[in-house]
Design a protein around this ligand. Structure first.
Ligand code: SF4
Length: 694
């Protein structure tokens, strides 16, 4: 896969994997990549890279790439290769047939954080303007939707507050529910550099990650909590900070809504929120909770970084607000070295949300019911927009099973593998009359599709990605689209086939439209990105070169708002039948559902998902290292190989979700975050027993 030889030409582009968004020079020989060289001028990576970005681009030319549009009447029929025009005309006629039969709200679209900003913008525009409804959603639904909700409520903007470089000014770093060494390796290296310089580290995680204990780093506190008790922990930390008067009274008085602070203060001081009271719930000692709270409050600059271990819970949004509360109470917002920093799993999670791909929000997080905003888009798009929010992904599945949602356009997202409770998802997909999948590969979702539109890799298109620091970087086309069309051109062609005209000659024109319609993007253009290298939004008249640190002097919402974070135990209970809690995560060499990394050289590193189980639980069940084990939950069952380790605590088992045959999501349930429906991937009650090799 890695071709050696002399490069003939090169272009700077952006990694297609994680939310760090590393900049690379793609060195080319003709239309073949010779190598990817980390860009020393890259603002997010400063010349560094990880194994995925550096080596795992072979998927772009893998033999599994599908390069011809295909259609079939029934999902049991063989695929027929057809022309682009025929495939698009068929998809459009099917969508219109379904709408005529079941109503205009019977179809929708799903976009992905793997799509560029421009592609995602077009998908939501297609749904709103050409489909005539708001049934558009993104895979951020299943990862960081609670971040968008929680940070908007408290700070006023659905985004992280800092640059990655900000960590070099932190004195105390709190990492919650994140494993950056595996999932955000380049940023993890930077964080570790700061830790080696003496910054203190608090890790809140049910598992002993590499960050907790490695040759040169030892966490000062590892709060190894029971999965599902995040909110009890964060509120107990707040209890200590308030009860011991460790909060930043001046910051709160000047910068925050003091009434909300008074209410919150009264709430956190309740005896039920004390470390001693929550010790039995969380499994974390009161002494450690007190010690960690004091350490965090003592730092001049305290920064909080968090991942999906925060958001993918039934109280994901509550926990995000709890993190924001803690940052505000300790005065840790609005300068370098501090802040609330969601680590986005995919390269364009932030951008996907920014571009209006949620069913209730237009680009720039403006509610669809806002008449002024809607009118602005109606005039620009020459259409009438529905003021009612549309269906979220889980609602689409329910409506499909009920017979009222029958058509889906799905770009760059493998919902059949990545969404929870696979049986439920596939039942919904099977019920639909027309599914259009646009992807590089015939993925799991394509098994239920009627139209397949070949996608293009990041090497075959122009566009932008927005990383976890709100940094907009260019994706540059270094080779022609192998299937003849880049992804944005496919969406444009589908819209035209549906009778809603889209006319763009280049993705820069799409960005110009985004900038014209989105206040936080008013100053963004390809020309300016080329000049500056990258831009962190907001970028407008008030901040013509972008905004590295947010909420300086004033929160986006004016005064920072504290919100009470009452802990409720998840409804996913352990029982005698399901006595263990399964939680999930990532490993360094693979990426999400593995569609890309499984098709590159680095698949050699790690070729299966395994189940980590504590020695006590293994012994109780007669499980030996590398034994095959059956895992059963209320949703389903699967089989994995067992690894016996005290990285997990007794009563907790852990796996990754990179291989479809492992079926991690066959066993995860339908439970979800109360505010956003983000699935509760991180807590599933299971039983584990030895089985014969499958
Ligand atoms: Fe790509 Fe993330 Fe690795 Fe950077 S850290 S090279 S963005 S996968």
């Amino acid at each position: 896969v890695i071709m050696m030889g002399q490069a003939e030409h090169s272009k700077i582009t952006t990694c297609a994997y994680c939310g760090v968004g590393c900049s690379f020079k793609a060195e080319m020989k003709g239309n073949e990549v010779v190598r990817m060289v980390p860009n020393k001028d890259g603002h997010a990576n400063h010349g560094h890279s990880c194994v995925k970005g550096r080596f795992a681009w072979g998927y772009a030319t893998h033999k599994d790439r599908m390069l011809k549009p295909m259609i079939r009447k029934n999902i049991t029929d063989p695929w027929n290769e057809v022309s682009w025009d025929e495939a698009l005309a068929y998809a459009a006629s099917e969508f219109r047939r379904i709408q005529a039969k079941f109503g205009k709200d019977s179809i929708g679209g799903i976009t992905s954080s793997r799509c560029t900003n421009e592609e995602t913008y077009l998908v939501q525009k297609l749904v709103r303007a050409a489909f005539g409804n708001n049934n558009v959603d993104t895979c951020a639904r299943v990862c960081h939707s609670p971040t968008g909700f929680g940070l908007k409520q408290t700070l006023g903007e659905s985004a992280g507050t800092q640059t990655f470089d900000s960590v070099m000014k932190s004195d105390v770093i709190m990492v919650i529910g994140a494993n950056p060494t595996a999932a955000h390796p380049v940023f993890a290296s930077q964080m570790k550099r700061r830790l080696r310089q003496g910054a203190k580290l608090i890790v809140i995680d049910p598992r002993t990650t590499e960050l907790v204990k490695s040759p040169h780093i030892q966490a000062d506190y590892h709060l190894k909590l029971r999965p599902g008790t995040n909110v009890a922990v964060i509120t107990a930390l707040a209890h200590v900070i308030i009860s011991e008067s460790l909060f930043d009274a001046e910051f709160v008085a000047e910068r925050c809504d003091t009434q909300s602070f008074s209410d919150w203060k009264e709430f956190v001081l309740h005896a039920d929120n004390s470390p001693e009271a929550v010790e039995a719930i969380t499994g974390v000692s009161a002494a450690d909770l007190r010690g960690a709270a004091r350490l965090f409050a003592a730092g001049n600059n305290g920064a909080i970084y968090y991942g999906l271990g925060v958001t993918e819970h039934s109280q994901g949004s509550t926990m995000v607000m709890g993190i924001a509360n803690l940052a505000m109470a300790t005065g840790n917002v609005g300068r370098e070295g501090v802040g609330v920093n969601p680590l986005r799993g995919q390269n364009n999670v932030q951008g996907s949300c920014d571009m209006g791909s949620f069913p209730h929000e237009l680009p720039g997080y403006r509610h669809i019911s806002d008449t002024t905003v809607r009118t602005q888009f109606e005039e620009a798009w020459q259409c009438i927009l529905d003021p009612e929010p549309g269906l979220r992904i889980p609602n689409m599945f329910e409506a499909a099973i009920d017979g009222s949602f029958m058509g889906l356009y799905c770009e760059g997202e493998d919902i059949a593998q990545s969404d929870p409770n696979t049986q439920h998802v596939t039942a919904a997909l099977s019920a639909m009359e027309c599914i259009v999948v646009q992807d590089l590969f015939l993925n799991e979702t394509a098994k239920y599709a009627h139209v397949f539109l070949p996608g293009s890799s990041f090497l075959e298109k122009d566009g932008t990605f927005t990383n976890a620091e709100r940094r907009i970087s260019r994706v540059r086309k270094v080779m022609p689209a192998k299937a003849g069309k880049s992804d944005w051109e496919v969406t444009v062609a589908l819209s035209n086939a549906l009778g809603y005209p889209m006319r763009y000659k280049h993705p820069s024109e799409i960005m110009d439209e985004i900038a014209a319609l989105t206040p936080t993007f008013h100053g963004v253009s390809y020309k300016k990105i080329d000049e500056l290298g990258s831009i962190q939004w907001p970028c407008n008249d008030a901040a013509p070169n972008g905004t590295p640190t947010m909420h300086i002097g004033e929160f986006v919402r004016g005064k920072g708002k504290f919100i009470n974070t009452q802990f409720f135990a998840t409804s996913e209970k352990i029982t005698r039948k399901f006595p263990l809690i399964l939680t999930t995560g990532r490993i360094l060499s693979q990426y999400n559902v593995g569609a890309q990394t499984r098709r590159t050289e680095n698949v050699q590193w790690h070729s299966e998902d395994v189940l980590e189980i504590h020695p006590h639980d293994a012994e109780d069940r007669g499980i030996k290292e590398n034994n095959w084990v059956g895992i059963e939950s209320r949703a389903g069952q699967t089989v994995l190989r067992a690894i016996i380790t005290d990285r997990v605590q007794p009563g907790v088992v852990y796996t990754t979700f990179h291989f479809p045959e492992s079926g991690a999501n066959v066993i995860t349930t339908d439970n979800s975050d109360w505010a956003t429906n983000c699935p509760e991937y991180k807590v599933t009650a299971v039983q584990v027993m030895p089985v014969a090799q499958p």
